[in-house]
Design a binder for this molecule. Structure first.
Ligand code: FDA
Length: 307
């Protein structure tokens, strides 16, 4: 892991920085590159604009590691309301949630009940995506996913290609007919659990993607989403899909708002399913720091705003 990435990821967990950062205009300006705004209305507006380009949206209300039961329940109630507004507006949009925002640190049963409320409010045609957090949550997240998937088909989970364990996790999930969003992984992980070299992460990502698109996985009901901005990897997955005779709408590509916008548009124009994840809310600090860590050049972008 590069030094800069490591420092940024360590900083993402600093409470002091989190409390200080929003006071600075240049930081808020930099954040606005990745977020249309802090309000749900800002996210809805951005989704409407994307829909005109034939790009679907996934909303996420920023927040993590909530340690108060009432607060975790309020997050669930918020998502239920978001889903109601999505249905009313006719937008092609889904939601993605963090289990630690729904109370996983307090009690897995509480997180499960909160998630169930959201999944039931979404209705069968809309998938509720579960983000994957740091590796100390992987086991609990998958356990909860399995429990809910058993009774509700419209729930999906994120898997991270940087973890060694993901290959086996994927194999064990396939028989459930899961919806899976594959990403590279955004947290600071030791080399005992995650590939330290980017090249190995990328290669593992492609192998996992092939498995997700295999006939074996598809006949069991796999719904694949590839969350990445890596154009070389996207091209490889697209070529592979066509080479095995899949149609362009057999799976989707997902990217984050504000990153690789041209590629988001190109995919949609070329007939692929293109989805953008839109984050909003005031608790953006750790999330924003992970975005900086993904591309150290972003630090210069923040610094430029300072002057
Ligand atoms: P890579 O890092 O190789 O980037 C490829 C190219 O994309 C870069 O060269 C650059 O041009 C551009 N790029 C990537 N990140 C950028 C940035 N921040 N700013 C500007 N340009 C950037 N992680 C996780 O651990 N749990 C999760 O639940 C999720 N969920 C999730 C959903 C979706 C829809 C996406 C797209 C990503 C996530 N992630 C995530 C984040 C993911 O793990 C990963 O950190 C980032 O996607 C960056 O990796 P890439 O695949 O984009 O490749």
């Amino acid at each position: 892991m590069s030094m800069v990435r490591s420092v940024l990821l360590a900083g993402s967990q600093s409470r002091w920085l989190r409390e200080q950062a929003p006071r600075f205009r240049f930081v808020r300006d930099a954040v606005s590159r990745f977020m249309p705004g802090e309000k749900l209305e800002d996210a809805l507006e951005a989704a409407r604009a994307l829909q005109r380009e034939n790009i679907a949206a996934v909303f996420t209300a920023l927040g993590e590691n909530i340690t108060d039961k009432a607060e975790a329940e309020a997050v669930a109630a918020h998502y239920v309301d978001v889903l109601r507004r999505i249905h009313l507006s006719g937008l092609r949009a889904e939601v993605s949630v963090k289990l630690t925002q729904l109370g996983l640190d307090l009690d897995a049963g509480l997180a499960c009940e909160n998630l169930r409320r959201i999944v039931e409010a979404a209705g069968p045609a809309s998938t509720v995506w579960i983000d994957m957090e740091a590796s100390n949550y992987t086991e609990r997240t998958l356990e909860l996913y399995r429990r809910l998937r058993f009774s509700h088909p419209n729930v999906g989970v994120c898997l991270q290609a940087y973890l060694y364990r993901t290959r086996e996790d994927l194999e064990s999930l396939i028989p459930l007919g899961p919806a899976i969003r594959l990403v590279k992984g955004a947290y600071k992980e030791p080399h005992t659990v995650a590939f330290p070299r980017k090249r190995d992460v990328d290669e593992n990502y492609f192998k996992l993607a092939q498995r997700m698109l295999s006939e074996y996985a598809r006949t069991r009901g796999m719904r694949a989403a590839f969350g990445t901005h890596d154009r070389a990897l996207i091209a490889r997955i697209a070529a592979h899909a066509l080479s095995i005779g899949l149609s362009k709408d057999a799976f989707q590509f997902q990217m984050l708002y504000g990153i690789q916008r041209q590629e988001q548009l190109r995919l949609a124009r070329d007939g692929w399913r293109s989805t953008v994840l839109i984050a909003y809310g005031s608790y953006w600090f750790p999330w924003f720091m992970r975005r900086l860590a993904e591309r150290p050049a972003n630090v210069w972008f923040v610094a430029r705003n300072l002057f």
